[in-house]
Design a protein around this ligand. Sequence first.
Ligand code: NAP
Ligand code: ZN
Length: 375
Amino acid sequence: MANRDPYWMSLALQLATRGRGFVEPNPMVGCVVVEKDELLSSGYHHYFGGPHAEVDALSKCDPKRLADSTVYVTLEPCSHFGKTPPCVDLLLRLRPKRVVVAMQDPFSEVSGRGIQALRLQSIEVDVGVLGAQAQELNAPYLKRLAKGIPWVTAKWAMTLDGAIATRDQDSKWISNELSRGIVHQLRSGMDAVIVGIGTAIADDPLLTTRLPDGTRPARIATRVVVDRECRLSPTSMLVSSIAEGPVLVACSERAEPERVRNLRSSGCEVLMIPEPEVVSSLEFTLRELGSRRYTNVLLEGGGTLLGHAFDRELIDQVHCFVAAKLAGGAKAMRPLAGVGKSLMREATELDNTTIETLGDNVHIQGIVRRVAARD
Ligand SMILES: NC(=O)c1ccc[n+]([C@@H]2O[C@H](COP(=O)([O-])OP(=O)(O)OC[C@H]3O[C@@H](n4cnc5c(N)ncnc54)[C@H](OP(=O)(O)O)[C@@H]3O)[C@@H](O)[C@H]2O)c1
Ligand SMILES: [Zn+2]
């Protein structure tokens, strides 16, 4: 019979995605239990603090049938006590014949120990089946562990001629309702939504997540404003809606103390950026969010902040909404209004792109290809 490992692992990977937005800062994990090419049970990690995928799958399965079974799991089983007991202990108790793991967990408390513990007790373990897909699935989790900063998704809406606002900074609305609905879905899985003070002043946005039919979002994103001089108005929509979700303002330690006090007394958290770090205020903010175990953030503009993020290679993924409209004007704001590239052959390419038509808008999504991986 053909090697069925990739088939069963791809099922486990699909199941894992159901936890997206609910499990972070944990990774998404799926698990299937198979005996003689028959599915015995399946499961996934549903929400942060809840049972791990292995527990979910194995609890639904007749233990008597496990002796000849294979357990497929998209990430190395944990070997440490976190919010729940180690999955390795459960596997050692139930003793399936074989465990197939898509990838090792780089988390320092696990990092190979789970695999080793199973092998030491003579359970056959294979590692690396659909490993690349498993890495892709949990790219935000892996990035946070490796670099200490969240996965940065940049989002903007633009006219067909590449304007994110008119020459007078007007931008309401460029995209249609279908596109804006997708933006709310995107926000619903984010730990933070970030804008520059230029956008907070020009648009006075709410940046809350509003899903159709009042559906509750998977998580409430912290609304972050990069605002070195602390210019955000206490009467802005962001501050006035503090009851709907936290607001974090990142400003220089040299900002006017009165403004800082006013925002704090309105319920905002103010993050003080030490003077030498102020030129990299976005990077500083991202490191702070990473230390809070934020996994996914949505960078929503404007052009200056997005341009800065692009030039510093801080963007991991892009969602762009293109409207069949023309704004014209050399002074209209562009989405990545930083320094940019000198040569077209240096232009950043996107991988795993998806393109969908939403009425008279086109939604293009892709993962930023890093230069090192280019040839
Ligand atoms: N269509 C869309 O999707 C969309 C989305 C968002 C915004 N917009 C439009 O974009 C326009 C606003 O864009 P914008 O470029 O003026 O504002 P912005 O990017 O929101 O904010 C720019 C601010 O960021 C700060 N900044 C500058 N350089 C920085 C750096 N290197 N690192 C960190 N922060 C830095 C500066 O303020 P401080 O020095 O005071 O910190 C600057 O005022 C508005 O017209 C808005 O309507 C469109
Ligand atoms: Zn576990």
